[in-house]
Design a protein around this ligand. Structure first.
Ligand code: MRU
Length: 372
C-alpha cells in the first residue's frame, strides 16, 4: 500500500537475506522510520515491543526470525531455542504459532546446511501467501460492501456507506492490504462512497495512530472516535456495518480480537447492524472450540493504561514520542489486550475463500481440505 505515494510492504529481506527490514510501528503516525532486524533476538524484541504487530505480520516476522536464527546456527538445538523464544513473545494471535510451525516442519528433517535457505523460502512464501489472501479478502469484502451500499433506501444511496472498525486490521497488520481494511481499500478504489469511523482503540491507540495513518495515506474518508462513541453512533443510524479483523478464531467461530471488540459486537447486535470479521486461513485455530475457555489472552503492562504516548502539540517537530501519565502516580492499571466475541454475534466471516457463517459448518464448507 502507499506511503507518500510510494508502494510499501511492511516487511522485506535486506542485505542479501541476512537481515529483515520493517516499519517501526511504535513511531507512527508521526515518524515513518524503518529498522533492520538482524538476528532472532531482534525479531523477538520487535514482536514483543510491538515494533511489528498485527496477527498476520507477527507470524511472518516470526518465520523470518527462525530464518535468521538458522543463518547464525543451523543446528536442531538452535532451531528449537529460536522457536521457543519467538512463540513466547505474544500468546494470543495464532498466526505466530501457525507460521513458526510451518517453517519448523519444513526444515527440521533437512541437512543442517540446507536449513537456512529452506527457512528463507518458506518465510517468503508465507509473506506472499498473506498478500494474496488479504487481497482476496478485499475482493470478497468488496462484494459485501457493494451489496450493503445498494440495498439502502434509494434516498440514502448518495450518502457514504459508514463503516466502523476497531484497532488496526489494515496493511500494517499484515504484509500488505490488511484483513478488515482490504475491502475498504478495494471499495475506495472501485469508487464506492465510503467513510470509516475509526475507534481510537485504547490503550495503545492502534486505531487513532495506525488505522487513521493508513486511511489518510490512501485517501479514504475517515473520522477517529473515542472507543465509547460507537454505541451512540449505532443508535443514531450512523453506522451501516462494523468490520474488524481477528487474532484467533476457534473452529466454532468465536472471534478473539483487540480488547473492546466484544462491546462493539454487542452494540451492533442490539442495533441490528451487521458485524463482519475478516480473516485469512492462518487465523483459524482448528484445535479449539470455545473461545472464552481456550484462547490465551495476553496481559500487557498496566502502564499502557495509566500512561499515553503521543507528540507534543507545542513542539510537533520533535521526533521523539512523549509519554504522559494519565493517572495519579501509584495507581495501577490492568491491561488485557484482547477479548472474545462469541460466534452468535458475528454476522459473517469474510475469508480469502469467500463469505461464510461463524460456525464450524460454515468454516468447514470453505476449508474442507484442512485436516483436523
Ligand atoms: O495488539 P495488536 O496491535 O497486535 O492487535 C492487533 C489486532 O487486534 C488486529 O485487529 C488483528 O491482529 C487483526 S489482523 C489484521
Amino acid at each position: 500500500m502507499n506511503i507518500e505515494g510510494k508502494a510499501w510492504r511492511t516487511i522485506w529481506l535486506e542485505d542479501g537475506g541476512k537481515s529483515i527490514g520493517v516499519i517501526d510501528q511504535t513511531r507512527l503516525p508521526h515518524n515513518f522510520i524503518t529498522c533492520s532486524l538482524s538476528d532472532c533476538d531482534d525479531v523477538a524484541e520487535a514482536i514483543a515491543n510491538m515494533v511489528v504487530r498485527g496477527a498476520p505480520l507477527i507470524g511472518i516476522a516470526g518465520a523470518y526470525g527462525l530464518m535468521l536464527a538458522l543463518i547464525e546456527d543451523p543446528s536442531s538445538e538452535s532451531l528449537e531455542t529460536a522457536f521457543q523464544r519467538l512463540i513466547e513473545t505474544r500468546p494470543t494471535a495464532v498466526n505466530l504459532r501457525w507460521a513458526l510451525c510451518r517453517v519448523f516442519e519444513k526444515v527440521k528433517t533437512l541437512p543442517v546446511c540446507d536449513r537456512a535457505e529452506a527457512a528463507r523460502s518458506e518465510a517468503e512464501l508465507i509473506a506472499e501467501e498473506d498478500v494474496r489472501m488479504c487481497e482476496a479478502i478485499g475482493e470478497y469484502g468488496l462484494g459485501v460492501l457493494k451489496k450493503l451500499a445498494y440495498s439502502r433506501p434509494i434516498e440514502r444511496q448518495k450518502e457514504p456507506l459508514n463503516l466502523l472498525t476497531h484497532c488496526n486490521a489494515g496493511w500494517l497488520a499484515t504484509a500488505d492490504w490488511g484483513t478488515a481494511l482490504a475491502p475498504v481499500y478495494k471499495a475506495h478504489r472501485a469508487g464506492l462512497n465510503i467513510h470509516v469511523w475509526v475507534d481510537e482503540t485504547r490503550p495503545r491507540n492502534q486505531g487513532a495512530s495506525l488505522t487513521a495513518y493508513e486511511l489518510s495515506q490512501e485517501g479514504v474518508p475517515h473520522t477517529v472516535i473515542a472507543d465509547n462513541a460507537g454505541g451512540h453512533l449505532m443508535q443514531h443510524h450512523q453506522v451501516d456495518a462494523v468490520i474488524v479483523g481477528s487474532d484467533r478464531i476457534t473452529s466454532s467461530g468465536d472471534v478473539c480480537n483487540k480488547i473492546g471488540t466484544y462491546l462493539k459486537a454487542l452494540a451492533a447486535f442490539d442495533n441490528d447492524i451487521p458485524f463482519y470479521v475478516a480473516i485469512p486461513a492462518s487465523t483459524i485455530d482448528w484445535s479449539i472450540r470455545d473461545g472464552l475457555v481456550d484462547i490465551p489472552i495476553e496481559i500487557r503492562s498496566g502502564m499502557e493504561v495509566t500512561h499515553i504516548q503521543g507528540q507534543y502539540v507545542s513542539s510537533p517537530l520533535s521526533s521523539e514520542p512523549e509519554l504522559i501519565r494519565l493517572c495519579p502516580s501509584g495507581t495501577e492499571g490492568f491491561n488485557p489486550a484482547f477479548d472474545v466475541t462469541p460466534a452468535r454475534l458475528v454476522t459473517a466471516l469474510i475469508t480469502e475463500r469467500g463469505i461464510t457463517s461463524a460456525t464450524y459448518k460454515g468454516l468447514k464448507r470453505l476449508y474442507s481440505d484442512v485436516e483436523i
